[in-house]
Design a binder for this molecule. Sequence first.
Ligand SMILES: Cc1cc2nc3c(=O)[nH]c(=O)nc-3n(C[C@H](O)[C@H](O)[C@H](O)COP(=O)(O)OP(=O)(O)OC[C@H]3O[C@@H](n4cnc5c(N)ncnc54)[C@H](O)[C@@H]3O)c2cc1C
Length: 307
Amino acid sequence: MYPSKFDYLAPETLEEALAVLAERGDEVKILAGGQSLIPMMKLRFAEPATLLDINRIPGLDAIDIQNGHVRVQALARHADVVRSAVIKEENDLMAGAAPWIADPIVRNLGTVCGSLAHHDPEGDWASVMLALDAEVVAVSKEGVTHFHPGADGTQHTGGTRVISIQDFLVDMFTTSLYPTELLTEVRVPRYERGGGNYQKLERKVGDYATVGVATHIELGDDDRITKAGIALTSVYAHNLKVTDAETALVGQAPSDELFAEAGRIASAACDPASDTRGSAEYKRHIVGLFTERSLAESLKIAQGGQS
Ligand SMILES: Cc1cc2nc3c(=O)[nH]c(=O)nc-3n(C[C@H](O)[C@H](O)[C@H](O)COP(=O)(O)OP(=O)(O)OC[C@H]3O[C@@H](n4cnc5c(N)ncnc54)[C@H](O)[C@@H]3O)c2cc1C
């Protein structure tokens, strides 16, 4: 099927893009890599009156370190993350997850921020960012009132908002982004002594996850766990941060038994659907297994070994 008719705008500055968003509001869809939006338009699940292509805006594609965070800007592609020396050096979970995203063609076009803004429960990046306690930065034109279409009727007067990833990812295909806002970056805190890992079960190379598990742990001087992140892909209505399992790990000395307990908590927390990729029971089993395995890999890295 062909998409419905739409206006196409490709501004060359962020200010121009924000002006279009402020003026045309929820008629507009931002086009980044197009790897989710274009298929949705072809199926007519999305019929925006205006497509706002942000690909010509300079200075929006960095992956770097800023103020104690690793920053991934709006036009950084999945493939840029795979190749990034900063990511390799700084963040094992992101480095480990990036090659699991789709196939090379999709990775060359699709963006991390686009994946978060889309918030498909089968998307891998949302789990990674939940495990890492990321923040996103959203900007909108200043000095005008922006309305959120949600039931609470919230509004603000524009500028920059920093939003925790948990507040950002509201529900399946739903975020707390205003229709007049543009996501400029996602950023994750740097760490001293930590490690992370992504486990993904897929039917064939390039497929969405049947089950995905992201973990991250940090260790203190006494070798106890000071910080833990666990999040699941494709086994709940949205990407699921397993806070109870994280809490069970913090303050403890890492051990196989502890990681098995975290696996049991994650397995009980998820709510997978039975489908052509496997039964709910099977997926629940894999969640437990992968959580345990992923934590063991994260620990190995945190202790200075190779995953
Ligand atoms: C064949 C195939 C296989 C795939 N496999 C996987 C997989 O295994 N794992 C996985 O995680 N994903 C997978 N994807 C999805 C892929 O990762 C997409 O690239 C990603 O979901 C969307 O990023 P994008 O830049 O293409 O966004 P787009 O398609 O351009 O946009 C998606 C949505 O986000 C909005 N948006 C985009 N950027 C911004 C921004 N900066 N600010 C505000 N809103 C914005 C758009 O308006 C739109 O609503 C696959 C896609 C395909 C086509």
